[in-house]
Write a protein of this length. Sequence first.
Length: 216
Amino acid sequence: MKGKIFVLEDDQSISGLIKVSLELNGLTVRNFPTCREFLDAVQDERPDVALLDIMLPDGSGLDVMKSVKSAHPEVWCIMLSALGKEEDRVNGLNLGADDYMPKPFSVLELTARINGVIRRKAAKTKISCGELTLDEETMEVQLSGSRLSLNRKEFELLKFFMKNPGKVLTRDTLLTEIWGYESGETRTLDNHVARLRKLGITNLETVFGVGYKFTP
């Protein structure tokens, strides 16, 4: 199971244990001892899950969580803190955390919760049809293991086709959903379909006089 985890924890014994345990489960883990280092890393690379201590030498993990959620709401944030009273947990969740585990915690339970998050995120963002896979979150499309280069409209058009397999989609429907107008010049639509076919997506069937159908 693939997944990218960022850990904000200044206690090296705890962060080291988390890293070893999660990596044994096939997850990629990066550890950060300060808020600044963590936030700098998130600017360049988004994790699937962020594990955040609260009491840190240069700030609060709750402030880090709020910053991450503001910019990247798709990142799942789990607070790991010695502040384990009910009011602490409720406060963290009310501020925007997705989960809260008081210290000491079970690494096995933590791993199980993270694996659950990764499974749900993968199921939510990925659409597959045979050798064709589309990831809504990363906007990545792969065909037989090779990544395809699509522009925004090509991606949105393919996504709409894949979400409506087997349905005959009229030209007006496609123009409305992808380009925002109900009728008009359809050459743009035809050109985008031709481009998708040229990239190897051959299961786009023309329904003459009506539109197109994506055949799984």
